[in-house]
Design a binder for this molecule. Structure first.
Ligand code: 13P
Ligand code: SF4
Length: 302
């Protein structure tokens, strides 16, 4: 493994590459990355890459596509393009076009966990960090379609008081976490604050002290006076949390919170991608141009 890391370090310098990683990536990937963040932070970071020639995106496909759309002058590669997101694939552009036709006049807000084609059919994107802000920016009189995550959609409805037309997608990883599992963990650690991701079921969110994006979880871990936290999101976050607040204790809620797609990437694949650059992410220009508008409207609110 030392040899693999040494080769990655050499190649990233020779090729002037920047390595971006999501907070759910394996610890070995987070440790080697130049930047680790949630979807919003990664989108911003990708859009600002100027000095590097090559962006190595360690996450899932929609994230690397977003980086390629936001920074068309840079080549974006992934360790393995087989790392997808089942939630993103729960709505196609064709299905969204039909949905829009059923609700003429509605604006489409799409969660960044969506394909480039779906983004291209949308008015504005959001991430779990800024979803409430994005929806609030559209005004209370505006009819809104929200795709694809119904649970994030319900969270936004609760925060804003605004009803939306929800697509019935969900994250198959966060969906596995039940209220019973959550209650059981809470009973073992009474008084320990619980943070969960807004992709969890509403009945799980009801039991939580904080409902946060992964980036917001890291901020809370650093800034809160609490010394221990229960954590209800994908287990890769545990490395990022421990790294951010080494003196605090983080207790993962349940081992069912493991995203197989986020674990497709590893160091040998990262090295291979740097060597061959065969995993180049290409988004057809007409799709990229339309999707960029929806992403840029979101970034303009940041
Ligand atoms: P964050 O933007 O909170 O990191 O979430 C991304 C994601 O895929 C959650 O499943
Ligand atoms: Fe997609 Fe869920 Fe995995 Fe996030 S955790 S990448 S939403 S399947």
């Amino acid at each position: 493994m030392h040899d693999t890391i040494a080769q990655i370090q050499l190649l990233r310098r020779q090729k002037n590459a920047v390595i971006l990683a999501h907070t759910y990536q394996a610890a070995e990937i987070q440790q080697i990355a130049d930047f680790v963040g949630d979807s919003l932070a990664l989108s911003l970071e990708a859009s600002r890459v100027k000095d590097a020639e090559l962006i190595v995106f360690c996450g899932v496909l929609f994230m690397a596509e977003t980086a390629a759309i936001l920074n068309p002058r840079r080549k974006v590669i992934m360790p393995d393009t087989a790392a997808g997101c089942p939630m993103a694939d729960m709505i196609s552009a064709e299905q969204l076009r039909h949905f829009k036709a059923e609700h003429p006049g509605a604006k489409v807000v799409c969660y960044v966990n969506s394909t480039a084609e779906v983004k291209a059919e949308s008015d504005i994107c959001c991430t779990s960090s800024n979803a409430v802000k994005v929806v609030s920016s559209l005004g209370t009189d505006q009819e809104i379609i929200f795709v694809p995550d119904q649970y994030l959609g319900k969270f936004i409805e609760k925060q804003t008081g605004q009803k939306m037309i929800l697509w019935e997608g969900y994250c198959p990883v966060h969906e596995k976490l039940s209220a019973d599992m959550t209650k059981e963990a809470k009973s073992r650690f009474p008084g320990v604050p619980l943070m969960v991701h807004p992709e969890t079921r509403p009945e799980v969110q009801e039991l939580a002290d904080y409902i946060l994006s992964t980036g917001q979880m890291i901020k809370l871990a650093k800034e809160s006076k609490a010394q221990r936290f229960l954590v209800g999101t994908e287990m890769g976050i545990m490395h990022a949390l421990q790294n951010a607040a080494p003196d605090k204790q983080f207790i993962h809620l349940n081992a069912c919170l493991l995203c197989p797609d986020m674990k497709v990437n590893n160091l040998p694949k990262l090295l291979n991608a740097l060597q061959n650059e065969e995993t180049h992410i290409r988004v057809p220009q007409p799709i990229a141009d339309k999707a960029r508008l929806a992403l840029q409207r979101m970034l303009d609110l940041s």
